[in-house]
Design a protein around this ligand. Structure first.
Ligand code: ADP
Length: 263
């Protein structure tokens, strides 16, 4: 069946990782990379040995969000790749480190993407990892298929969506895609879920609220929580300092923190 075909075509790579977590969304711009960097940073801060692989080959934004976009990948033996280490703990690999200039598009066939992803898993000196967080491109493309086939110990996928109807439709596709690959959906995160007015504290329903929960219920997958629209979240991405490193953000982000902590 398709599940077997998808997972049986290629041998799993050998790497020492206890849990691979895929972060996926049905479409772009919903906060998938934001969730991936904050999740990886949170796991690393908790003391887990964590890596983050930016498998979004056409739009590799992870290094920018982590403030390390000028770094390059090194190799000491010409065979293995050293991940860029953030705060000495969190290993990062991304196509962005390999591009000659940041605005060059990558024009690759599926087989080349598959090779790149294999190298990100197999040829990187990750060491022993508790978690590898993989940021996938939006949709149901080659990269997700490659990871599903190649990565060992895939704990499952976190699906990021925004609350409105069209986005939910896209995330439904993501859920079905993951399930077709024989993988577990760890749950849905509803991002950009309402805007908390900084003046009065009331919530403004920009894209609505609750769509992610509704989709999770309908699809019988866990609902992991929601994250409101918060200008500091956007600022954190632009400044290359993940939101969860900004807990000093005090009273102003109290409501956002409540939700982020729940997630
Ligand atoms: P994707 O990976 O799905 O394309 P990104 O994580 O790059 O999405 O997010 C798109 C933009 O929205 C980025 O500028 C990011 O900083 C911003 N963003 C994401 N989540 C939030 C949020 N909860 N509040 C405000 N801005 C957000």
């Amino acid at each position: 069946d398709s599940q077997k075909a998808a997972s049986g075509m290629q041998q799993k790579v050998e790497m020492n990782v206890k849990n691979v977590i895929l972060v996926l969304s049905g479409k772009g711009g919903v906060g998938k990379s934001t969730v991936a960097v904050n999740l990886a940073m949170a796991l690393s801060n908790k003391g887990y040995k964590t890596g983050i692989a930016d498998a979004d080959i056409h739009g590799p934004n992870i290094p920018k969000m982590l403030g390390i976009e000028d770094e390059k990948l090194n190799s000491y033996d010409g065979k293995h790749i050293e991940p860029v280490m953030l705060t000495g703990k969190l290993g990062v690999v991304s196509m962005a480190f390999l591009l000659p200039d940041k605005s060059s598009p990558i024009i690759w066939r599926g087989s080349m993407k598959n090779t790149a992803i294999r190298q990100f898993l197999e040829d990187v000196n990750w060491g022993d990892l508790d978690y590898l967080v993989v940021d996938l491109p939006p949709g149901t493309g080659d990269e997700a298929l490659s990871i599903a086939q190649l990565a060992p110990n895939i704990a499952g996928a976190v699906i990021v969506t925004t609350p409105q109807e069209v986005a939910i439709l896209d995330s439904t596709k993501s859920v079905k895609f993951i399930e077709k690959l024989g993988l577990k959906v760890l749950g849905i995160i509803e991002n950009m879920s309402g805007l908390i007015c900084p003046h009065c504290g009331d919530t403004i329903d920009i894209f609505g609220i609750g769509g992610g929960k509704k989709a999770a219920d309908e699809l019988s997958v866990p609902y992991l929580g929601r994250i409101p629209i918060d200008p500091d979240m956007r600022k954190a991405g632009d400044e290359g300092k993940p939101f969860i490193m900004r807990r000093d953000g005090t009273e102003q982000n109290k409501e956002t923190w409540k939700h982020v902590d729940e997630v």
